[in-house]
Design a protein around this ligand. Sequence first.
Ligand code: S6P
Ligand code: ZN
Length: 197
Amino acid sequence: MILESLLKPTQHIVISEGILGGTNVISSQKTVADLKNFFQDEAERSKIDQQKLLYKVQAHLPVDEGTPGGLFFGTTWLQPGTIGDEYFMTKGHFHKLADRGEYYWGLKGGGVLILMDEKRNFRGEYVYPGSLHYIPGFTAHRVANTGNTELVFGACWPSDAGYNYDEIARNGFSCRLIKKEGKAHLISANSRNPAIL
Ligand code: S6P
Ligand code: ZN
């Protein structure tokens, strides 16, 4: 039968929501406890319910982590809120193979993609439904939710990129996204002077 080679895809996606289904899809989540020492106001973070969900991630991993030449594809659901005056955010990371790039795109809600190169120069890009972000290699990336609703974004990255969370755990980002008079400001981590955005 000539139609035998026409197969149903192994994966599917609820395109507007980013929800993934099919084989080799993994899920993980991060709570307030998992981001100990990531926010400027650690005292405030420690007072919040430690089991409170900050974000969850789904990812389709069609090959083993570390395999050269493959791609991974994921969605992140980041809750709205602040700790002190700092917006809820992902941990952020460089890649273990530092030159590996990544795409992010906005699906729902609003926020900011915070980028920092290896010289600790930082910049931010607004994230909104339809925004598309190319994250070059050697660039740490983190997303903060500046809205009142869940922020949903997609990602696609090389299967050998891996994660380097240590650098951020040790030295943090050189900037923070804070809420001041109801608006988002990306400021140098060492100053309280609003910079760009
Ligand atoms: C993976 C990609 C995303 C993040 C996710 C959570 O390279 O960048 O799937 O893993 O947004 O962020 P983080 O910094 O906690 O891994
Ligand atoms: Zn990444």
